[in-house]
Ligand binder design. Structure first.
Ligand SMILES: Cc1cc2nc3c(=O)[nH]c(=O)nc-3n(C[C@H](O)[C@H](O)[C@H](O)COP(=O)(O)OP(=O)(O)OC[C@H]3O[C@@H](n4cnc5c(N)ncnc54)[C@H](O)[C@@H]3O)c2cc1C
Length: 523
């Protein structure tokens, strides 16, 4: 086995794999070392309930990956390795306690009619936003896809200034600082539409009242309308399988069950890593750590730069997620109607107030009395994941505390996840049953994954934080993961950080890995 590489990557998350692939393509000899038995981190699939039922362990929505600059460059190579995309024109819907539902589909007339049933004014506003989206998206995607240097940030604002004047640039600035609630309440009259879009904030730790979160309900709404949603056929894990196959075909090494115990550095330069089994590996050009900031501190023993190390230790994580994987003999019998069987995601997050309450309970360490649920109906889009006529459901329980201090409903006494996971999952299924009466009768098998189990599986998900670090403004844009290091650089020469903790952050868009690979390889 080789012990010398140009680049050693720690962890086989999709960012590290994307980075490794680009470096391999540029002639670097890469070695990726992953502590888990399988590669992929949060982009993995398996038969977690019953044979023949294939579930996404974590990420299910691969739209960010399919729309990424990395995919533009390497999509054809990955498709040649067996990756197939499974798009849907019905990305998401929300269902409400009054028995109504609202969904976004790519057919503008369909979405418009659904919104108009709640508010004619909102339907007209939606039309205006949709018409303006292509021009606005240019600026926003340029911002989200660029290296986050002050100069790049300023040049994007300068372009907007030239195009739309000072007031246009200021309006964009105000929007980027707004909370989801501020923007949704200023823009739409219907509480149903506000909640339908506001639920997207929760995916990224943006509860309705958190400044800086307006971008996500807006982008997901507009992108859902314009592009729908994309899954990977056969499960998100197919992306990882294709990435690994392509890296190996180019001579790279991806080794699993190989935890990195230490990053070796001397005289301020990283020289390699030591694996938990004692093997020492040499990195000629770069050690790339796809780990959480606190993990970086453990592996290096500190970089020697007090400011950087303090910021890494103080990096804040979001509350956790609990996953429930279900093997089903039918889709949920939605009381609001079988139209909901067309949608990839159904959110059970009925109002901005309910989401705000849930978030503050989770932040305070309480199991929320009515968590928001994301019901992923993957087999609606990709029936290959279950036997004929059967289904898999992917239930995300948002949000729950990593460390339990109590129960907002005063019913669950347990404060460790090993005991609390069962009753909390029952609470989530009770909520699902309210909207889909009798749903439990369709469950053939289930697997509950608590935040503690998410973290045990992948140490980057601290406390079950699915985004590896809050995206609140103090840790976003020029502050992700810390000012001066948005490109993944560290005070140790040749040591780089990648993954969701680094700009542009979480999600399956491979941005941190792609930007770093381009920087290291000289594009
Ligand atoms: C439950 C859940 C649902 C999600 N849903 C979606 C979704 O639908 N769509 C979306 O876009 N995003 C989603 N996300 C977010 C997205 O999946 C993640 O932000 C993204 O996949 C993180 O990728 P990463 O490259 O940072 O690494 P990760 O996926 O976090 O992987 C890091 C890898 O490093 C390994 N590692 C850590 N330390 C070491 C070590 N010392 N030695 C060796 N290996 C190590 C870990 O085992 C892991 O495999 C979800 C996340 C979760 C958890």
């Amino acid at each position: 086995m080789d012990t010398t590489f140009d680049a050693i990557l720690i962890g086989a998350g999709h960012n590290a794999l994307a980075c490794a692939l680009h470096l391999s393509a540029k002639g670097w000899k890469v070695g990726v070392f992953e502590q888990a038995a399988q590669p992929g981190g949060a982009v993995r699939s398996g038969e977690y309930t019953l044979p023949g039922f294939r579930h996404d362990w974590a990420a299910m929505n691969m739209s960010l990956f399919a729309g990424s600059q990395f995919f533009k460059a390497y999509g054809p190579a990955l498709m040649a390795r067996g990756l197939e995309l499974a798009p849907t024109t019905h990305p998401f819907a929300s269902v409400f306690p009054d028995g109504r539902w609202l969904g976004i589909s790519t057919d503008p007339a369909q979405t418009r009619a659904r919104i108009a049933a709640f508010s004619v004014t909102d339907a007209a506003t939606w039309d205006k936003l949709v018409a303006a989206f292509p021009a606005d998206a240019n600026h926003l995607f340029a911002l989200l896809g660029s290296p986050m240097k002050m100069r790049a940030f300023a040049s994007i604002f300068w372009r907007i200034w030239r195009e739309r004047g000072l007031s246009g640039a200021q309006d964009l600035g105000k929007f980027l600082l707004s909370s989801p609630r501020a923007w949704l309440e200023q823009t739409f009259a219907s509480p149903h539409l506000r909640a339908t879009l506001g639920a997207w904030g929760l995916h990224l730790d943006y509860a309705p009242d958190v400044a800086g979160g307006a971008l996500f309900p807006y982008l997901e709404g507009m992108a859902g309308q314009a592009f729908g949603m994309v899954l990977a056929k056969g499960g998100a894990g197919r992306v990882t399988e294709a990435l690994v196959a392509e890296i190996e075909a180019r001579g790279g090494v991806v080794e699993c069950s190989a935890p990195v115990a230490r990053i070796l550095h001397s005289g301020g330069t990283a020289t390699g890593v030591e694996l938990a089994d004692g093997r020492k590996l040499v990195a000629r050009k770069a050690v790339i750590a796809g780990v959480a900031p606190k993990g970086l501190m453990q592996l290096t023993g500190g970089t020697g730069d007090a400011g950087f190390d303090g910021a890494m230790q103080g990096f804040r994580h979001a509350p956790g997620t609990m996953m429930i994987h279900l093997a089903m003999d039918a889709l949920p019998p939605w009381a609001a109607g079988t139209d909901l069987h067309r949608f990839a995601y159904v959110h059970l997050a009925p109002s901005l107030d309910q989401m705000a309450r849930t978030y503050s309970q989770a932040q305070a360490g309480l199991l929320p009395n009515e968590p928001a649920l994301v019901v992923g109906q993957a087999t609606v889009v990709d029936p290959s994941r279950a036997p004929d006529g059967k289904h898999v459901l992917w239930l995300q329980v948002r949000m729950v505390p990593g460390t339990i201090l109590g129960d907002a409903a005063g019913q669950i006494g347990a404060t460790d996840w090993a005991e609390a996971a069962g009753p909390m999952a029952e609470r989530a299924l009770d909520i699902l049953d309210r909207y889909a009466p009798g749903v439990r009768g369709h469950i053939l098998g289930q697997r509950i994954v608590s935040p503690a189990e998410l973290e045990a599986d992948n140490p980057n998900l601290v406390g079950g934080d699915q985004i590896c670090g809050s995206h609140h403004l103090s840790q976003h844009f020029i502050y992700r993961p810390v000012r001066g290091h948005t490109d993944g650089s560290t005070p140790i020469r040749n040591l780089h950080l990648t993954g969701a903790a680094v700009w542009p952050g979480a999600g399956t868009g491979a941005g941190p890995g792609w930007l770093l690979a381009q920087k290291l390889a000289g594009a």
